[in-house]
Write a protein that binds this ligand. Structure first.
Ligand code: HEM
Length: 499
């Protein structure tokens, strides 16, 4: 009898707790949001371009730092302030480190090898451990000679090609050279390098498929079982074509680089360091050839567009602010001996260069909405209910243009990071943009140290070597007189996950 009473007591307590839980949770409201249509919610209100500006506008209108939208049954939570992102994505990272399901990319196109798209769990952890150990601040020091070599080749190309004026292909070449030599120990050919082509082809498909709403199968996953020959299933044919490119990008450079290593290529690389670890044996299951092959293939996509876009923004900022360029050149001339390039050891003595790099990362944040996270378990924050499975978007653009932190946020002004009394970097004046532009929590960009070093060295060397001015053009006035005038810059960016 006593056993039954105990059981009843347990059941009654359970029922009571369940009722309290049931009552408490639904009573909490979702964060403020827009009124949507039945079934589709706000699906058609979210613009396909410059979403970050719209999100911020809505958050400001509703006077909230955390916004809720709903698209065809999926909850989307937008974090509009740095403090909110730090509270949730950094401090509660065990809940907020998932990735939303991407059917086209990971289930049809073979991008399941990509740690950036993997959901939080065992496979992600293994890949992340390998990439973290390979790219952490101390580990990347061994790759500095690769960075210096790629930078010198860039300066030489620019000297030879001064009248061309199109810097983007040069910056792209620099980042491709850097990442392929750091990852695989490969020296790439000047143009039409086959490995660069493999990665560019596969990544082009991935960028198209990553645009939300591009393929219906994202909303109706069961469609992935439709055969490729079925009328209207052209997405399956595309997926099959991209799948082949993806596998080639993962397998071909790895196999070639490994062969070269075995036949005596002496170059230091992530491949070499990790193969040595694998051969030495050990208990860590992150150190297997599968994990290594997958991780190396992710690095090209992670490193290229991001670094190239930031360098280009920096050049734009310097063209528009000759006084910033002048100040940086004066600082370099005072520190670096004539005939030498700035070096990593000079960084503490060149705070203005650091400020310029940080301002470029802030001014034109290249991942304005970060990479979406997913919430694994229902959570509460500031009296709001955040549902399990919600997609979490950190509005990095809003955080990096927050007027309370960065005065005149749309101005390119590296001085905001410099303490006028000491002349040193002082993030108490304006928060380090690195706290938001590289993402948050356990998913924070593992390439941030090498990205920063590549940017710092390239920009410092570029400023030390060249004057950077707006282009000039000849025009004929109505009077027939020919004059030269400065071309105004247009600031054209392609919108997307990476702008
Ligand atoms: C200016 C340069 C760069 C910027 C602004 C940048 C930004 C970002 C952002 C915002 C994320 C998502 C973080 C999150 O989910 O919260 C990310 C992830 C990632 N980045 Fe970068 N990145 C840069 C350069 C690089 C480089 C050079 C590499 C590789 C060498 C790299 C590799 C990766 C990888 C592998 C991930 C996925 C991490 C994961 O999901 O666990 N990135 N990056």
């Amino acid at each position: 009898m006593g056993r039954y009473i105990d059981l009843l007591a347990i059941l009654a307590t359970g029922a009571l707790l369940y009722t309290i839980h049931k009552r408490r949770k639904p009573s909490l409201p979702l964060p403020p949001g827009l009124k949507g249509l039945p079934l589709v919610g706000n699906l058609f209100q979210v613009p396909s371009e410059l979403q970050w500006m719209k999100y911020h506008e809505w958050a400001s209108e509703l006077n909230t730092d955390i916004l809720h939208l709903q698209a065809a049954g999926t909850h989307i939570i937008i974090l509009d302030k740095y403090e909110v992102a730090a509270d949730l994505l950094d401090s509660r990272s065990s809940l907020y480190s998932g990735r939303p399901r991407m059917v086209m990319l990971t289930e049809l196109m073979g991008q399941d090898f990509n740690l950036g798209l993997m959901d939080y769990g065992g496979a992600w952890r293994k890949h992340r451990r390998l990439v973290h150990q390979s790219l952490q601040a101390t580990a990347i020091k061994r790759y500095r000679p690769h960075l210096v070599q790629a930078m010198r080749k860039l300066l030489k190309r620019l000297l030879d090609d001064r009248d061309d004026g199109n810097l983007m292909p040069h910056f792209r070449q620099l980042t491709a050279e850097t990442i392929l030599s750091v990852a695989y120990g490969m020296q790439i050919q000047q143009e039409n390098d086959p490995y660069v082509k493999l990665s560019e082809d596969a990544n082009r498909g991935a960028i198209i498929a990553a645009v939300p709403g591009r393929f219906l199968v994202e909303f109706i996953p069961i469609l992935k079982y439709v055969p490729a020959w079925f009328p209207g299933a052209s997405f399956k044919q595309k997926a099959q074509e991209w799948y082949k490119m993806t596998r080639a990008m993962v397998e071909v450079p790895y196999a070639d680089a490994k062969r070269r290593l075995e036949s005596g290529n002496p170059a230091v690389s992530i491949l070499r360091t990790n193969l040595q670890k694998i051969e030495a044996g050990g208990k860590d299951d992150a150190f297997t050839e599968d994990v290594l092959r997958n991780t190396l293939a992710v690095l090209y996509a992670g490193a290229t567009d991001t670094t190239v876009s930031t360098m280009a923004s920096c050049v734009l900022g310097l063209m528009e602010h000759p006084e910033v360029l002048k100040k940086a050149q004066v600082q370099i001339d005072g520190v670096v001996k004539p005939g030498h390039f700035p070096d990593f050891d000079d960084e503490p003595s060149l705070p203005y260069i650091t400020a310029i790099v940080k301002e470029a990362l802030r001014w034109r944040d290249i991942t304005p909405t970060g990479v979406p996270h997913a919430l694994s378990t229902e959570d509460e924050y500031k009296g709001y209910r955040l549902p399990a499975g919600a997609i979490i978007i950190a509005n990095q653009w809003a955080m990096l243009h927050d007027e309370d932190v960065y005065a005149d946020p749309f101005e390119f002004n590296p001085d905001r990071f410099i303490n006028p009394e000491t002349g040193k970097i002082d993030y108490s004046r304006a928060r380090d943009p690195g706290r938001a532009c590289f993402g948050f929590g356990r998913r924070i960009c593992p390439g941030r140290f090498i990205a920063y070093e590549t940017l710092w060295l390239t920009i410092a060397s570029f400023i030390a070597t060249f004057d950077i001015k707006k282009p000039r053009e000849k025009v004929t006035l109505p009077s027939g007189e020919e004059v030269e005038r400065t071309v105004e810059l247009t600031h054209e960016y392609e919108p997307g996950l990476i702008v």
